[in-house]
Write a new protein. Structure first.
Length: 252
């Protein structure tokens, strides 16, 4: 019996260890939007006295290649020019426009590939993370609008539905609701950031390639519905049940 208890304890330890590893795989840092994180760091540098334009430029250069690829080199040129001219306000405003364009890119990509649940949810998480970086600027001008935009991100998430696991927890998607939320978000972001049209950027397959990593466990955009993420736990569960049955029968 002692051997059985020791074995069972070991199996439970292995189970929780695997669950932790799977969670780390599923909810890792790739859920963060790098451009949004760079924007926040740049604002810190620019708000120093005097503004640290050199470090702000170095930070921007870490995402310049991505920006050039997905939103065009002209965007980077405008931002880098404002840094070179040591124009703090223009630099921050241009970065905010860039984030709004990036939200547009994410949401448009979801609409075009709406049935790809896993990719859509991850892109929405990135779009939401980008808005979280912009939220203070919106709230400072119109706190009510900030709340409404956040609500629409929640509605967009609900609209994606959920394929569930083996049919359990399945929820039908609603593309019409998603498009409505997307249109509201993009339209309402125009005025705060002086955007006429979301003309920069392209929404090709390369825009989502390499960005389908996992999501943060602390937010509601996390996804643990993929079978490959549950499989190790299911295997361990079956093993434990088999061992328990074996020892029970042996004891009899």
């Amino acid at each position: 019996m002692k051997k059985f208890s020791l074995f069972l304890a070991m199996m439970l330890f292995i189970t929780f260890s695997i669950q932790t590893n799977v969670a780390a795989y599923s909810y890792g840092d790739p859920s963060e939007e790098k451009i949004a994180e760079v924007y926040k760091d740049m604002v810190v540098k620019l708000n120093q006295t005097p503004p640290n334009f050199e470090e702000a430029e170095a930070l921007y250069n870490t995402v310049k290649e991505e920006v050039d690829m997905h939103m065009g080199e002209d965007v980077s040129e405008v931002i880098l020019d404002s840094i070179e001219n040591k124009d703090k306000e223009a630099t921050i405003e241009n970065m905010q426009k860039l984030l709004a364009l990036n939200i547009s890119r994410r949401l448009e990509a979801i609409e075009k590939n709406f049935d790809d649940y896993d990719t859509s949810k991850k892109l929405l998480a990135k779009g939401n993370a980008t808005y979280e970086a912009l939220s203070p600027a919106v709230a400072n001008e119109n706190s009510e609008l900030d709340g409404k935009i956040k609500d629409e991100f929640d509605q967009a998430l609900e609209a994606l539905g959920n394929p569930g696991l083996f049919g359990v927890g399945e929820k039908e998607s609603d593309k019409e609701q998603f498009v409505s939320s997307k249109d509201f978000i993009l339209e309402e972001l125009k005025q705060p950031f002086d955007i006429e049209e979301y003309s920069a950027g392209h929404f090709t397959e390369s825009a989502t390639e390499g960005e389908n990593g996992s999501q943060s466990a602390v937010d509601k955009y996390t996804d643990f519905s993929e079978l490959k993420n549950w499989l190790p736990l299911l295997v361990i569960g079956v093993v434990i049940i088999g061992v328990v049955i074996y020892f029970i029968r042996r004891k009899k």
